[in-house]
Write a protein that binds this ligand. Structure first.
Ligand code: AMP
Length: 249
């Protein structure tokens, strides 16, 4: 079985994002970019399936600027086999990405597609669901456990009441939750090996993908600054302050 893993290049989760002065978006110049953390979990899961003999090939796909190739290389260094890069500068909205991924999936015919549950830059949480709809495939979202069993895949999901396990017919779409696994670090020899793994360079036109944005961002604002706290000298003073604020009676 071939496993396809779409990965997005996003601002590294350790970076404190800054809003551009014209409020048109967040500052991306000279900012550290990395693979979306949920996509690292997706790559790790695909590698574990391969190690368990449940998958033969792992293909990483990224739609984004030239530098998205570095993000694909990260996945190759973790253990994926090859990459497909769709070079596109500008916004990549979930519907356009899902349509583009559908065209790639039609050509590649994977048995399983594992995406992150959301990209931490747009927090959309839409691409996997839209892709399942476009392909008419079953979907297991927010997976915290994945077990392949012949023609099926069992996906355990964390829901309000506890853990829900659903059985999907393959081929299927899975989106990863945080507790699915802990992604590995690429070893130095694997980073060197990844340099020789193939990445197919494509454009949206090669797959007849229309990347025209449908949404325009009206304004991006910083969250309100936190007010400075007050130091109190005693418990009595603390209780007084809490009473003043109406927190206690
Ligand atoms: P989103 O719906 O934007 O929150 O993204 C959910 C998931 O879709 C991500 O975790 C990725 O697996 C995939 N995805 C989103 N955008 C891209 C992109 N530009 N290239 C490849 N995969 C993407």
């Amino acid at each position: 079985m071939k496993v396809l893993v779409p990965v997005k290049r996003v601002v590294d989760y350790n970076v404190k994002v800054r809003v551009k002065s014209d409020q048109s978006g967040v500052e991306l110049a000279n900012v550290k970019m990395s693979m979306n953390p949920f996509d690292e979990i997706a790559v790790e899961e695909a590698i574990r399936l391969k190690e368990a003999g449940k998958a033969e090939e792992i293909v990483i796909v990224s739609i984004g600027p030239k530098q998205a190739q570095e993000t694909i290389r990260t996945g190759l260094a973790m253990g994926a086999d090859r990459g497909i890069h769709i070079e596109h500068d500008g916004p990549t909205e979930p519907l356009a990405v899902a349509k583009c991924l559908k065209a790639i999936i039609d050509a590649e015919a994977p048995g399983l597609v594992i995406l992150g549950k959301q990209a931490i830059d747009d927090d959309a949480n839409q691409t996997g669901q839209m892709l399942a709809q476009l392909l008419c495939w079953a979907q297991g979202t927010f997976a915290s456990k994945v077990v392949i069993d012949g023609e099926h895949v069992d996906v355990t999901r964390e829901v309000d009441g506890g853990l829900e396990t659903i059985r999907l017919n393959l081929p299927a779409i899975i989106t990863t939750d945080l507790r699915l696994n802990e992604p590995r670090y690429a070893s130095l020899p694997n980073i060197m090996k990844a340099k020789r793994k193939p990445i197919d360079a494509k454009t949206p036109d090669d797959f007849s993908c229309d990347m025209t944005p449908r949404i325009s961002i009206t304004k991006v604002e910083e969250p309100p600054k936190r007010q400075a706290g007050v130091k109190v000298e005693s418990v009595a003073e603390l209780v007084g302050k809490l009473r003043e604020k109406g927190v206690i009676k």
